[in-house]
Design a protein around this ligand. Structure first.
Ligand SMILES: Nc1ncnc2c1ncn2[C@@H]1O[C@H](COP(=O)(O)OP(=O)(O)OP(=O)(O)O)[C@@H](O)[C@H]1O
Ligand SMILES: [Mg+2]
Length: 380
């Protein structure tokens, strides 16, 4: 079974959209898929999936109200796709204890399927990190904005720390080094991973070797969502470079997804975009990601080859160009068929210009605040 946890760091960047639609795409390709809502405390995947409000889910199981895990596995309208809901009915389960977490992970890992897709919550909480680490090949989804890319990177940094913690034995010298950093409040976020690993190698080579083995099987995948412009695809390279330089970790690019207003309508109608408009650029991009997963199923070690990873970025960049061309072509078709008038386009351009002016004003205000703060002696 291939386990694909989907995480993001920042919330609202498309984890649930990808989890639901990718699961459907894989199921349509004949794969046996189980989709799980692990966004405990804020479960809403059933809405994206267009699944009626589930009576029982992980929450029911964890609260002990139901012991039969099998009962939680719902059939869906899609052949080959089963769904395990979260805890929408029983809030307050965001914090699992270690025993609950281990029990849940054991149940999930013993499911029989080709793919297990896990929709995780936002942030870098320990549950999220642990579920992400159930696989060495999870997906981090992000958007081209500065906060989203930064959060994706910080999420991965936290994953690396968790991986260290897991690899180092209790009471080992390596653990003591990590403990020291933890006590020094906040320094974990600022810590430079290669420097820490250097210290671990000197003080405790056995722990370092254990970490290196786990890290060598770890190459998460990236999806860049909410693109507006093909140039945004470049932001993925920035995340990759930071991960390589500061975390000693490489990432594969699984592809890009443009922002598409059709998704709002699809969500409003509780129909996954891939069913609502399978031919849309967004749906086709999700099918493309599913195809990449399926076509590399037999080459599980490909990511060990740096050239393979390099190529994945080249491919994503050209997909961004191709999809952009299709978007423009689509507008032209709408114009020709009369669905969209030149007047509509002029109106859109006007609206966008208005938004740009507003943004510019906001930007000037923030700059002014920044200049004042610096003048008052605040440090960057
Ligand atoms: N490519 C896209 N085009 C248009 N809308 C999108 C796109 N991707 C996501 N959205 C919309 O953005 C919102 C957030 O997406 P989604 O719920 O999938 O994110 P999430 O990461 O799961 O959020 P959360 O952290 O709250 O669980 C939703 O309204 C979704 O419909
Ligand atoms: Mg979500």
């Amino acid at each position: 079974m291939r386990i694909i946890p989907i995480a993001s760091g920042k919330g609202g960047v498309g984890k649930s959209l990808l989890a639901a639609n990718l699961s459907i795409a894989l199921a349509q390709a004949g794969k046996d898929v189980v989709l799980v809502d692990l966004d405990l405390g804020a479960s809403n995947l059933h809405l994206t999936l267009g699944f009626p409000a589930p009576k029982n889910g992980i929450g029911t199981f964890l609260s002990g109200a139901r012991n039969d895990f099998e009962e939680l596995i719902h059939r869906t309208d899609y052949p080959n796709l089963r769904f395990i809901a979260g805890d929408a009915e029983i809030p307050g389960l965001a914090n699992l204890n270690a025993k609950q977490k281990a029990g849940l992970a054991r149940r999930l890992l013993s499911l029989e399927a080709d793919y297990l897709i896990l929709d995780l919550g936002a942030g870098s909480g320990s549950n999220i990190l642990d579920f992400f680490l159930l696989s060495g090949r999870g997906i981090v989804i992000t958007a081209p904005t500065l906060t989203a890319t930064l959060n994706a990177y910080l999420f991965l940094k936290n994953v690396v720390f968790r991986l260290m913690w897991d690899s180092f034995k209790p009471r080992s010298r390596a653990r003591a080094i990590l403990d020291g950093l933890r006590k020094d409040g906040g320094s974990l976020q600022r810590a430079y991973v290669p420097e820490i690993l250097g210290r671990v190698a000197e003080a405790d080579p056995v722990s370092r070797a254990a970490f290196d083995i786990r890290m060598s099987r770890f190459a998460p995948r990236l999806v860049m969502n909410m693109l507006e412009d093909p140039k945004d695809a470049d932001k993925a390279q920035k995340i990759r470079r930071s991960c390589k330089e500061y975390l000693g970790m490489d990432l594969e690019h699984m592809g890009i997804l443009y922002r598409d207003d059709l998704q709002d309508i699809a969500l409003g109608s509780r129909i996954p975009i891939i069913r609502y408009k399978p031919q849309s650029i967004l749906s086709q991009a999700i099918y493309r990601i599913a195809d990449k997963l399926i076509s590399t199923e037999d080459y599980t070690d490909d990511f060990l080859d740096p050239e393979y990873l390099d190529d994945s970025y080249g491919a994503a960049n050209s997909e961004a160009e191709i999809d952009f061309e299709s978007k423009i072509g689509y507008v032209e078709e709408l114009l020709q068929s009369g669905v969209l008038t030149v007047g509509d386009l002029i109106e859109t351009v006007r609206m966008q210009q208005f938004e740009l002016t507003q943004l510019r004003k906001e930007n000037q205000l923030v700059k002014l605040k920044l200049t004042r703060a610096l003048a008052q002696g605040y440090k960057v």
